[in-house]
Design a protein around this ligand. Structure first.
Ligand code: SDX
Length: 385
């Protein structure tokens, strides 16, 4: 019996595949040292200021900004496909109301594959239809689960409302304030795409098997849910609640540093400076507070950001996208466990763009491993174990 060693393989193992290119992509670009993010080459600050989420999705998925006519057609298709089949609603009604909305979303996204049969992946009409269905129906499913877990019927989408206003409407049956809807739309833009992050990697691996796009999105939703990835936005709010007051911040950070525990909403594999999305989100928080009043958690968050920079800035640990997004959603009255599903609603654009790009030059993902087990081990009979 012998033990395999790394030396024998000649491969270097990089935990978490840090720094290992997993694909070629022209969808987005990140410079982690300078804090730059671009969608199809356009700085995120420009996109956030000037675009809408639907237009941004078009840009990411089709590679360029749409003309007015192209955008109008895309918006129309998405509005037209917002409704979900009653059987999907009935299926969701059977989900336990105590279940996490991300699990409900993963199951519902996968269920779309039952209703919309798989067609040739080289058929542009199929790619277009699946893209539209995913963008149109995922928000409806998130809102429907929210209503049904509270014992209410789902609220039907309203064709006269744009993407974000309609989602907020389906959560409350009230037309949202204009600023609230615009701020929410910008949040979706900021979360739409981020190179080869964990959930997008998951989407590309699934896509590379040539399975259907609903399975691609369902696998990505499952990956996004974890607290080291999209799930961190919920944990940030729990953390701010636990800290409780500005005076407690320093002791909290000291405890985390001493215990080597992670401070949620901070740190990033690529960014070694403040995430540019966090800077924009912070300005959105301030716009909302100026109109609707402040939140005591914001003062705690500001102090936390200051103390973390002081204690962990030398390691390149600064606020990431998940740090301020929760404060925006809280101000909009959205329950904490919907924060990650909202991240998923936005990231559908990026996942679909990567699905399409993967299909363009597909080769199944099949990396290697470095075996660390034994060889020629004896099979021990049951009575001898
Ligand atoms: C997202 O990849 C993407 O692009 C993701 C994303 C996207 O848009 O798709 O940007 C969205 O997922 C944002 C990240 C959300 N997660 C969190 O906020 C959870 C808290 N952050 C971390 O757990 C961590 O920073 C990660 C998961 C984000 C990154 O992990 P890495 O690159 O594997 O880094 P690591 O855990 O190996 O840490 C390296 C060092 C360690 O210190 P040392 O042992 O070297 O002394 O940095 C420290 C860590 O202890 N560290 C932290 C920390 N993050 C890293 N210390 C305290 N608090 C933190 N948050």
């Amino acid at each position: 019996m012998s033990v395999a060693s790394e030396v024998k393989t000649g491969f270097e193992f990089k935990p978490g595949l840090e720094g290992v290119p997993a694909t070629l992509s022209s969808i987005s670009y990140v410079d982690g040292k300078q804090g730059i993010l671009e969608y199809r080459g356009i700085p995120i600050e420009e996109v956030a200021l000037k675009s809408s989420f639907v237009e941004t999705s078009y840009l990411l998925i089709w590679g360029e900004l749409p003309t007015q006519a192209e955008l109008a057609e895309f918006e129309h298709e998405i509005r037209y496909h917002r409704r979900i089949k009653y059987r999907i609603r009935d299926m969701m009604k059977c989900f336990p109301e105590t279940g996490h909305p991300m699990d409900a979303l993963q199951a519902s996204a996968a269920a779309l594959g039952l209703f919309y049969s798989r067609r040739a992946l080289d058929d542009p009409a199929y790619i277009r239809a699946a893209t539209v269905r995913l963008l149109a129906k995922i928000p409806t499913m998130v809102a429907a689960f929210q209503m049904m877990r509270n014992g209410n019927d789902p609220i039907q989408p309203r064709d006269d409302l744009d993407y974000s206003a309609n989602f907020l409407y389906m959560l409350t049956e009230r037309e949202p304030d204009e600023l609230a809807a615009r701020v929410f739309d910008v949040c979706l833009i900021l979360h739409a795409e981020h190179t080869i992050n964990a959930s997008t990697f998951s989407a590309r691996v699934t896509a590379s098997t040539l399975t259907d796009p609903y399975a691609v999105v369902a696998s990505a939703v499952g990956t996004l849910a974890g607290p080291l990835h999209g799930g961190a936005n919920e944990e940030v709010i729990d953390m701010l609640e636990e800290i409780g007051s500005v005076e407690n911040v320093r002791a909290y950070v000291d405890k985390c540093v001493a215990g080597k525990s992670k401070i949620m909403g901070f740190g990033h594999r690529v960014y070694k400076v403040k995430d540019p999305r966090a800077t924009i989100l912070q300005s959105l928080v301030e716009q909302l507070f100026a109109k609707f009043g402040s939140d005591k958690y914001y003062d705690i968050a500001l102090e936390l950001e200051k103390v973390v920079a002081e204690k962990l800035g030398h390691k390149g640990i600064y606020a990431n996208v998940d740090f301020y997004s929760g404060l925006v959603y809280r101000k909009l009255g959205i329950p904490t466990d919907l924060f990650t599903p909202i991240f998923a609603i936005a990231r559908v654009a990026g996942w679909v763009a990567h699905w399409k790009e993967q299909l363009g030059e597909n080769r199944i993902y099949r990396p290697t491993q470095i075996y660390t087990g034994s060889h020629n081990a004896p099979y021990i009979d049951m009575e001898s174990r």
